[in-house]
Design a binder for this molecule. Structure first.
Ligand SMILES: NC(=O)c1ccc[n+]([C@@H]2O[C@H](COP(=O)([O-])OP(=O)(O)OC[C@H]3O[C@@H](n4cnc5c(N)ncnc54)[C@H](O)[C@@H]3O)[C@@H](O)[C@H]2O)c1
Ligand SMILES: [Zn+2]
Ligand SMILES: [Zn+2]
Length: 390
């Protein structure tokens, strides 16, 4: 089959690789019909994620048709149409029974390596390095799906792929980020980033009762989408001082809830910390550029919550932890426990409360994926979200 493979920093290619096969009785094989590129894929493309190997198949936002099931699979059959969550979870371990699916204790064969870096091993993820399981990803013609009775979301209506595809990742991720922010009715929520995750998060903030949403980015079309589709007030961090603006907009109190939907590749806004981050990352002295997280903590009102869906990989320095302690902040984060939200968010799409396809700007054949990565990374051509068609 054809699949998008990682070959090194800034080097991804569509190669011919062996078709996946059933390895465990609980597996299914899916023929992919639509598959998206995520901001998390950029961390691999830009060389931020460790333990990548040449030839690794990327992609973790796929959907398609079941073409084969293992002997122990009971909930899926050939011909079913499914969206596949990016988190691989067994459904039975201590963590899965607590609905902490992204913490599943049994699906990460690289657990020992991950423990060394993080203390404990998170779940395996599709297409996300040999720290998180080494599973082949879904930017491909076919995908092997382990624990097929636990993850895949069956789509029984005739909703088009584009409306349901983002149940794989960014819709539940935006939702969990808003839920983690502990929004109380009428709260002011500031969201760093206006990428696809942030756009889903802004929608979710309203659904969870926010009174005001302020979105921060510097890419004009992303800010415009946050303002129109997201009904958010916006701050352009290239043109305005974020802290000053937030202070003025909240009469000095600060936003009640701050959400970092940027992650480890924050761009500098001129702050000394951002310049140092860039130098350190270039010299391999630090792993993450955490400017957005620092700003979120610094600006959050006393007793507020900082929610962090943005992905960080390793070490952050100059984190204003004194601000966390002395302002009494709560910080919540995590890879999304996608399976926890699948049914309720599918119902929101089916009932017309939200149509997540509004973020899609580019629809391309899989063969054009390498160019699409670059366009998405460089935010060229108005690119906000790419859907690939194998
Ligand atoms: N927790 C999870 O399970 C999960 C799932 C999916 C994605 N993510 C993460 O969420 C983050 C966002 O994903 P995405 O797909 O929207 O990515 P993206 O790269 O398209 O969007 C990031 C946005 O942040 C903006 N930005 C950069 N520096 C900034 C700054 N200093 N202040 C404000 N905005 C800034 C960029 O201009 C860009 O628009 C990534 O880190 C991704 O890895 C996490
Ligand atoms: Zn993703
Ligand atoms: Zn589990």
């Amino acid at each position: 089959m054809r699949a998008l493979c990682w070959h090194g920093k800034y080097d991804v290619r569509v190669d011919t690789v062996p078709d996946p096969v059933i390895q465990e009785p609980t597996d299914a094989i899916i023929k992919i019909t639509s598959t998206a590129i995520c901001g998390s894929d950029l961390h691999l493309y830009d060389g931020y994620m460790v333990e990548m190997e040449k030839g690794d198949v990327l992609g973790h936002e796929p959907m398609g048709i079941v073409v084969e099931v293992g002997s122990a699979v009971t909930k899926l059959k050939k011909g079913d149409r499914v969206v596949v969550p990016f988190v691989i979870a067994c459904g039975q371990c201590f963590f899965c029974t607590k609905q902490l699916f992204a913490c599943c204790d049994t699906t990460n064969p690289d657990a020992a390596k991950a423990c060394k870096l993080m203390g404990h091993a998170p779940a395996g993820l599709f297409g996300y390095s040999h720290l998180l399981g080494g599973y082949a990803g879904g930017q491909a013609e076919y995908l092997r799906v382990p624990h097929a009775d636990v993850g895949p979301i069956k789509i029984e209506s005739d909703l088009p792929d584009e409306k349901v595809l983002f149940l794989s990742d960014i819709f539940p991720t935006g939702w969990m980020a808003a839920e983690n922010a502990d929004i109380e009715p009428g709260d002011t929520v500031a969201v760093w980033g206006c990428g696809p995750v942030a756009q889903m998060c802004i929608q979710s903030c309203w659904m969870l009762g926010a009174g005001r949403v302020i979105a921060i980015d510097r890419v004009p079309e992303r800010l415009a989408m946050a303002a129109t589709a997201g009904r958010a007030e916006t701050i352009n961090f290239d043109k305005e001082d974020v802290s000053e603006q937030l202070t003025t907009m909240t009469q000095g109190r600060g936003p009640d809830r701050c959400i970092d939907a940027v992650g480890c590749e924050a761009h500098e806004t001129g702050g000394v910390d951002a310049v140092l981050d860039k130098v350190k990352a270039t010299l391999m002295l630090a792993t993450d550029r955490a400017h957005a997280l620092r700003q979120a903590i610094f600006n959050c009102r006393k007793g507020g919550t900082v929610s962090v869906p943005g992905v960080y990989v390793g070490m952050i320095d100059k984190l204003p932890f004194g601000s966390v302690v002395n302002k009494g902040l709560t910080i919540k984060s995590g890879q999304t426990h996608v399976q926890r939200y699948s049914q309720s968010l599918l119902e929101k799409i089916e009932s017309g409360q939200i149509d997540p396809s509004f973020v899609i700007t580019h629809r391309l054949p899989l063969e054009e994926a390498p160019a699409a990565y670059k366009t998405f990374r460089d935010k060229e051509d108005g690119c906000i979200k790419v859907v690939l068609k194998p």
